[in-house]
Design a protein around this ligand. Structure first.
Ligand code: NOJ
Length: 717
């Protein structure tokens, strides 16, 4: 080959597969294994190491990058220069980060985003996060997290899209499209990573990193759909989970990885382990040592070893002994290289400073964050206290979350800055109507503090017309390794709520949290209750607008809100129990939730017509049209989400009491009405999986519900 001709892998005009094959053919085994190694750089993530590029091998495949915004770009480019210039083949590295709900601009936690029921806005939020992250040199986000969880004691429930597998699948696809963009690798596009595959959300007792017992039926119905939807939406990568899944840890599970993900779904991208999850196979009792752990993980379909370095240490020897086939290594490397070519890293390995792509035309980042935060807020109770009336002149803003902007950011905040995030007090002060006053008192801290003095807050309540009481969780109380045994408020917050309630003043309770909170001890005493979650950079502005009636709340719960912690697990799509009436009910508390899945109030009212069906019987190949007319019968414009549930009352495998199958949202002017339609496609909407994932469509009755309207039709052969 003449000296001036580039090898095929360097020629952008060559098809990607040809470039991959050419490059792979030139690599030594050691270079290949290095491509499967990932470690942390940068210095803010406690997982990561402060390091200089030349302390690392130039052939490492990927890095998790953290650190202050000012240094991330320089760190990335320094490490990239090392990879490209100091290695024999000049293979660029990949830089990943946990861009979960925003990078610089923070959008609400995913659980809150799901309560917006607005996948398009969720897509735009992810596109914004991708654009900001990419501008800082990040090629790959470890998101979306699409785990299924019905136990709010688990801190990571904040990172889920709620308890409906159908909704999680919709949001999974929307997030993938947002992060990856229309043209993968183009401006503002980064690789998405569906995690944690699979079953991590079933962690026993809501504890983290523990065993998960998931029946095959539940696996196919509840845990796999959001992953499948993300794969179908084109997610380029997946992360294998920490959990021991029925005795075979998810990071060495050939059935879920090689069989379901790759063979059945045709997923072609790389799977990265979770942090040390290959090493953890030893602790979990699935491997005797690092060599066995590495071999089992790679053979099961985990391509990239995050953090623990076991592939680097052991895979070469495992290939020599035949416990790992060279073909398996080659296939894993092919997946990594393909991703790098697709991302355009060989042509554009470096990130130029200042390249920031607009996420959505006309939407400035903060306006988008505010829109999503506003849509996520759920009004749980309103006995006339909201929106704040003009007669409420003296307002007491109480509670440990009243002046805490940082708590609004939630878990995984990347470059979001607590100091520059307006608190609820800041936002209310800015918007207070003329003549109104705001008195701010924390009352207590979030966590127990012996020195807390509740008196100033109680005095402020007494001397006010109305109290806005902001309680809940700080950012560290949800997310990874943030399990709790109770959903009750921490510290002396409940005492504060009770003491303020004893003043007899009207109270608007604002809950900032990453999970539902147990409020039953005082729910009756509250005049209004708002679930504001951790709403991100603009949470306070959106909330203040709702309090003052400048925005009409439209969020609906994506998760069931229990009365007590002891009711967990409590979820809408459970199966019917064997006996009716009060048989099987708790003897010491109601069995029903405090607020049901899909519940949420508005400042206006909506009325549903009877449900109309275009036919009484439907065949597999037909489409049944169901319609309901919804009217805004209240005083102001509002946004309504219509949820369509099915119930299959008799089937060869019992079916849940309710299964969400479609939802649609529309804004309605006062007096206006709109027809909402669900086109029921039997194979898509009425079939269900068996314990091995085969879909079954059976003849028989189906009950369809929208709001309180329902109708029955039959599936016929
Ligand atoms: C561990 C977490 O489980 C995972 O979600 C995250 O992406 C990695 N650490 C990397 O930070």
């Amino acid at each position: 080959m003449p000296a001036d001709i580039q090898p095929a892998y360097r020629q952008a005009s060559q098809p990607i597969e040809a470039r991959v094959a050419d490059l792979l053919g030139r690599m030594t085994l050691e270079e290949k294994i290095d491509q499967l190694h990932q470690c942390g750089i940068g210095d803010t993530n406690p997982n990561n190491l402060a390091a200089r590029a030349d302390e690392f091998r130039a052939t490492y495949g990927s890095f998790i990058i953290g650190g202050p915004a000012e240094t991330v770009l320089a760190t990335r480019n320094a490490f990239q220069r090392h990879a490209v210039a100091d290695s024999r083949l000049g293979i660029p590295a990949l830089f990943g980060a946990d861009v979960i709900h925003g990078y610089r601009t923070i959008t609400p936690i995913p659980l809150a985003q799901a309560c917006s029921w607005n996948p398009e806005l969720v897509r735009q939020g992810c596109a914004l996060a991708a654009a900001e992250a990419k501008a800082h040199g990040i090629d790959w986000t470890f998101a979306p997290m699409v785990d299924h969880c019905v136990d709010p004691r688990w801190g990571r429930i904040a990172e889920t899209f709620g308890e409906s597998p159908f909704a999680s699948a919709i949001f999974s696809a929307a997030a993938v499209r947002g992060f990856q963009g229309e043209a993968f690798g183009g401006p503002g596009s980064i690789a998405a990573c569906l995690k944690h595959y699979v079953g991590y959300g079933a962690s026993e007792g809501g504890r983290d990193y523990v065993y998960t017992e998931i029946s095959s039926q539940t696996m196919w119905e509840m845990h796999l759909p959001a992953f499948e939807a993300g794969v179908r939406a084109g997610a380029r990568t997946l992360m294998s989970a920490f959990n021991d899944l029925n005795g075979t840890p998810a990071s060495a599970n050939a059935y879920t990885l090689n069989e379901i993900l790759r063979r059945r779904w045709g997923f072609a991208g790389p799977v990265v382990s979770d942090w040390n999850s290959v090493l953890q196979l030893i602790r979990q009792g699935f491997a005797a040592d690092g060599a066995e752990a590495a071999a089992k993980a790679l053979n099961a379909g985990v391509d990239i070893d995050m953090a623990d370095g076991l592939y680097r240490q052991h895979i070469a020897a495992q290939v020599a002994t035949g416990r790992v086939q060279l073909a398996t290594v080659d296939e894993a490397v092919r997946r990594v290289l393909r991703l790098k070519f697709e991302l355009g890293l060989f042509e554009h390995p470096y990130t130029e400073a200042g390249v920031l792509t607009a996420a959505a035309p006309g939407a400035t980042p903060l306006a988008l964050a505010e829109e999503l935060a506003g849509g996520s807020i759920v009004l749980l109770k309103n006995h006339g206290a909201l929106p704040l009336v003009a007669s409420a002149k003296r307002i007491a803003l109480l509670g440990p979350l009243a002046s805490n902007g940082g708590a609004l950011l939630g878990c995984w905040t990347q470059q979001g800055k607590a100091a520059e995030t307006p608190s609820i007090a800041d936002a209310l002060k800015e918007r207070l109507p003329p003549g109104a006053t705001l008195r701010v008192e924390p009352g207590c801290s979030i966590h127990s503090a012996a020195t807390d003095d509740l008196t100033p807050a109680i005095t402020a309540a007494r001397e006010s017309d109305l109290v806005i009481l902001c309680v809940g969780e700080d950012a560290g109380m949800s997310g990874e390794n943030a399990s709790r045994t109770t959903l009750k408020l921490a510290g002396r917050q409940e005492e504060l709520v009770q003491a303020v309630a004893a003043t007899g003043k009207p109270i608007v309770l604002v809950i900032i949290s990453g999970r539902p909170i147990e409020i039953q001890a005082y729910v009756e005493k509250m005049n209004a209750i708002i679930a504001a979650w951790a709403g991100g950079s603009r949470a306070a502005a959106a909330l203040a607008d709702i309090l003052l009636g400048r925005r009409n709340p439209s969020g609906r719960l994506a998760i069931t809100w229990p009365r007590t912690t002891g009711q967990i697990p409590l979820y809408h799509n459970t199966r019917p129990r064997a006996r009716p009436g009060d048989e099987g009910e708790y003897r010491d508390a109601p069995t029903t939730p405090l607020y049901e899945f899909a519940y949420g109030l508005s400042y206006t009212t909506f009325t549903y017509s009877a449900l109309r069906l275009d036919r009484a019987e439907v065949k597999a190949g037909d489409t049944l049209i169901a319609e309901v007319t919804v009217a805004n019968t209240g005083p102001r414009e509002g946004c309504e989400t219509v949820f369509w549930f099915i119930r299959d009352p008799a089937a060869s495998i019992t079916r849940p009491l309710q299964e969400l199958k479609h939802f649609e949202q529309a804004r309605l002017a006062p007096g206006a009405s709109r027809v909402f339609r669900f086109e029921v496609v039997p194979r898509r909407d009425l079939s269900f999986p068996d314990a091995d994932g085969r879909r079954i469509l059976e003849p028989g009755a189906i009950i369809l519900t929208a709001g309180r309207s329902s109708a029955t039709f039959s599936v016929v052969p």
